[in-house]
Design a protein around this ligand. Sequence first.
Ligand code: DHB
Length: 518
Amino acid sequence: MNYKLLAASLIIGAGTLNAAGQADPLRFDPDNFTTGSLTMPDGEQVAYKAYEGLFYVRNIEDSTYQTLNIYVPEKMADINRVPILLRTYVGGYAASTAKTPSATDATGRALKEGYVVCIPGSRGSNSTITRDGKTIYTGTAPNGILDLKAAVRYLRYNDSLIPGESELIFTDGTSAGGAMSSLLGATGNAPEYEPYLKKMGAADARDDVFAAVCYCPITDLNHADMEYEWLYGCTNTGVRHLNEAQISISNELAAECPSYINSLGLKDKQGNLITADNYKEYLKGFLIESAHRALQEGCEIPDSIGLSFYIDKTGPMGGPMGGPGNGGRGMRPGNGERRPMGDGRQAPSFGPGNAPRFNKTSDYVTGIDLDKYLSYVASVTPLKTPPAFDQMGVLIPTPSPENNVFGNENGEAANFTEFSLRHRLDDPSAKLSKEMEKRVYMMNPMNFIDNEKSTVAQNWFIRHGAKDRDTSFLVPINLATKLENAGKNVNFFLPWNRPHSGDYNLDDLFSWIASTLK
Ligand code: DHB
């Protein structure tokens, strides 16, 4: 019997009672499970034990969402310490129920690898209960992240009973869920959340995690509008077709961005300070690396979207090539990490036609015309109009998902930046309340990375598609860079030709997970 089973039998022997002799509602019962199995894409059957509908707080406000499911593979990984994948399905900052695992995403893959999976539900912008005949919105910020932190605490609290190591929790989510994952990674044990978690009756345990996997995190919400306009402003009169009022808002927002960039004090891998003046070169480096790796993997990229290439004219496939924009930082072939295709990711390919013929051993990407590339991104999926996030009441009345999640318990959406309040057509004198400032602060992982009071995850896997326009490239780049500057183990990449999506290229993700366990 291993130490976990021994501890489990001692606790069960005590009848899962708490100190006062009452049944403990947060105590996990290892014997209360059903069984199930997944058929993986290759036909393999992955059998598991399912523990479903477990409440993770004592003071349940919303029984639809404040539950979690745990799946334990029949064949546990043959390693000393088995990790737990905590996958949130939060999207659009809405509520999310505890789901069952899927053969085609990271949950199924984790079970196949012999890892334990936890899928918590959480309240969100649209979750409601009826109290005294009144509809109450239960999931406005920061309640969603509080629920997910309570789920982490539940895993720790029951460490001796739940298979897998609660010291090896990997959080995973996409988009708003990617933002939640980044918050779980950045805000471990941060005192700001403590009074709320106590009030909810969360388990008395730590809530820091080992690793955060964040696909296209829609985060840094109080700077996301300026970051969007600073980057995409170059398309305003072109592919974006903005009207005069929109251009004016776009320009004003963009003008606020340089001081924000400079305030971050970020450094590149060589230790050079990144400022608003050199930021675009920094961004180009990531895009060039992405394009280069795609070419190495056999994908074709036309030079019409802003990239230029060095094509060895002496080689067997050589020929004069290379569009405008030469002079960017070149990347020698072989720097890209080679990976097999056919691993669940959408194959990055453009039609042949005008694509240069690329020789993997001698050719490389020399540069990128950023404005041209951004216009290309905007031509694939129309950009958001300014302000992209805190939009309600500025030029249009419609609330964004972010306005909704910062709303109140009556379901009224709210602005969350000084800028948008100042530009409201109805009441430009409205001010950001102290309470709203605090809620916005608690929803931004950037505030906790170099914050001594929070325990930041040591390991980070961050992806944002190279043609994902749901937020500015600055958002994931700043997050990854700030973490790297804080000494964290960060695996960051902008996968080529990838739109807003998550849990792709699972071979890549799971080999990274394995690497962090060594
Ligand atoms: C999501 C996408 C968005 O563009 C956004 O602003 C918020 C959330 C999402 O897919 O979760």
